[in-house]
Design a protein around this ligand. Structure first.
Ligand code: PEP
Ligand code: MG
Length: 556
């Protein structure tokens, strides 16, 4: 029998497929004694599990290629370490189960590594992952991390961190459903980047049985468990209608009366470029460079490697505008070698520009790499800093850009309410603003963007957030400078019209959202967008604001 669940739809489209769960951490196996006659069989089980896990890691490495392959192959070697295997067998011989013996042998090895200098200590997480895989295999529970499947599936997870998703095969993931996360969480951002439907903040998602067929409507947030034929047909029809409406609008972003609002793409690296070009992005409004830094937990990528990645993105938009954000590490994107480990409140700690000002060499290398990457290209390079709090921050960033000899426009992201409130003073130091509405909402409402329970407050339709957007856009307008939006707010077609009405000068989003935003913007005049914005700001809640804008735009 079909049942319906409701979460928050964050990435358009419909996906129908079997549920596969993201494996969670492996629990400690109970320390029970086995009779001596079972030891040999248990030792065989342990050896088999080790071999299977090593073979799987190698196969995944072959699939991933590059640096991921080297990491996975090193993990396969760890799994097959003869001393470790001998220790596991010794423990089984004196009465341990295979899973407990693996668990304890790895714990002993782990302690050795953890005390053996910085480099080896950095491998502890890899060792834990190998142990979890072998123990999961012995216990017959899902592997931690991305599911092993040859068939396409709908991925269910508590939440997805950027590092979790490095090995996701986009050809296999039909859609995402997460228990946690709001519209601005990384699960949502990643789903939009992959162009797959997604629903977040669905309590109980973890209880959907492995293999159950579900239909995910990423536009409405509805999940239909075991959908009937009629439901499937209805969902597929609605998705096809939406798609047809989209192909009607083409060209640069503009209102129906020709007010230009460039539609730009958010990218995490060269891999996202083809989708952006295909969606007709007029450039890049947010290049999240931190994805280049996630491969290695010990150091920043070398200058040449950065130059190569930046150049690939810059070359894709020959005459276009490419806004590169310098490294935004910390909080939900920690980097071992930069982020303090003991912050009581990482979102309020040393993150974004603060991290870079503490590590000027990392910023310098990045700016130099950008300068080299742009050499000889006709692209309009713009560089911006995340988490700018005040004029001093903006000045420190602009000084660093000048010192690096960078020929580009320097800008500041508006992600902290103080930056919106004092946008005028920040604009004394930089040439443009870009509103990061995801963090701006988080800090305005004191609502962690990773916590599903507070997703109501992460809703970018909140009138208080619209007020801050208006303040920043008005300040930029008065200075004759630009003020774009690159947070997820820009990807909501109706809200994109409201943002335009508030004075925002460009909209940047995951490539998959561009056609939706282009089509909606093309339906209304700038005056209608302004009226919708004023109506939304005159309300007291996100729901009322959405409704008020809808009423204005539909002429009710
Ligand atoms: C934002 O905060 O809105 C933003 C664009 O940055 P990120 O989502 O990468 O933190
Ligand atoms: Mg941000």
């Amino acid at each position: 029998m079909e049942t319906t669940l409701r979460g928050v739809g964050v990435s358009h489209g419909v996906a129908i497929g079997q549920v596969r769960h993201m494996g969670t951490a492996v629990l400690e196996p109970p320390a029970k004694q086995i009779p001596a006659e079972e030891a040999e069989r248990e030792q065989g089980r342990a050896r088999q599990a080790v071999e299977a896990v090593a073979a799987d890691l190698i196969a995944r490495g072959n699939l991933a290629g590059g640096e991921a392959q080297a990491v996975l192959e090193a993990q396969a070697l760890m799994a097959q370490d003869p001393e470790l295997i001998a220790d596991v067998e010794r423990r089984i011989a004196v009465g341990s189960t295979a899973e407990r013996a693996v668990y304890d042998a790895f714990a002993a090895y782990r302690a050795l590594l953890a005390n053996a200098g910085e480099y080896l200590a950095g491998r502890v997480a890899d060792l834990d992952d190998v142990r979890n895989r072998i123990v999961a295999r012995l216990l017959g529970v899902p592997m931690p991390g991305v599911p092993d499947s040859d068939e396409p599936y709908v991925l269910i997870a508590r939440d997805l961190a950027p590092a979790d998703t490095a090995l996701l095969d986009p050809a296999l993931v039909l859609g995402f459903v997460t228990e946690e996360g709001g519209p601005t969480s990384h699960s949502a951002i990643l789903a939009r980047a992959l162009g797959v439907p997604a629903v977040v903040a669905l309590p109980g998602a973890g209880e959907l049985a492995e293999g159950t067929v579900i239909a995910v409507d990423g536009s409405t947030g509805d999940i239909f468990v075991e959908p009937g034929d009629e439901r499937r047909a209805q969902l597929e029809r609605a998705a096809a209608e939406r798609k047809a409406a989209l192909s009607a609008a083409t060209g640069p972003g503009a209102t129906s009366d020709g007010h230009q609002v460039p539609l730009l793409a958010n990218v995490g690296g060269p891999a996202d470029v083809p989708a952006a070009v295909e969606a007709g992005a007029e450039g890049v409004g947010l290049f999240r460079t931190e994805f280049l830094f996630l491969d290695d937990s010990r150091e920043a990528p070398a200058e040449e490697k950065q130059v190569e990645a930046y150049r690939k993105v810059l070359e894709a938009f020959p005459e276009g505008r490419v806004v590169v954000r310098v490294l935004d590490a910390g909080a939900d994107k920690p980097l071992d070698f930069l982020t303090p480990a003991d912050e009581p409140n990482p979102a309020l700690g040393v993150r974004g520009l603060r991290t870079l000002l503490d590590h000027p060499e990392v910023l310098r290398t990045q700016l130099t790499a950008l300068s080299k990457a742009a050499e000889g290209l006709p692209v309009h390079l713009e560089v911006m800093a995340p988490m700018v709090a005040d004029r001093a921050d903006a000045k420190a960033f602009a000084d660093a850009c000048r010192e690096a000899g960078l020929s580009a426009k320097f800008g500041a992201m508006v992600e902290i309410p103080s930056a919106a409130l004092r946008a005028r003073s920040i604009l004394r130091e930089v040439e443009f603003l870009s509103l990061g509405t995801n963090d701006l909402a988080q800090y305005t409402f004191a609502a962690d963007r990773q916590v599903g329970a507070v997703s109501r407050l992460q809703d970018p339709w909140q009138p208080a957030l619209l007020d801050l957007v208006a303040l920043a856009a008005e300040a930029a307008g008065a200075e004759g400078k630009s003020c774009g939006v690159c947070g997820e707010a820009a990807s909501d077609p109706l809200l994109a019209c409201v943002l335009t009405g508030l004075g925002v000068t460009s909209l940047s989003m995951g490539a998959a959202s561009i056609p939706y935003v282009r089509a909606t913007l093309a339906k209304y005049t700038l005056a209608q967008c302004r009226r919708a914005a004023a109506a939304a700001r005159a309300t007291d809640s996100a729901d009322e604001a959405r409704l008020a804008a809808q009423e204005v735009l539909s002429g009710e």
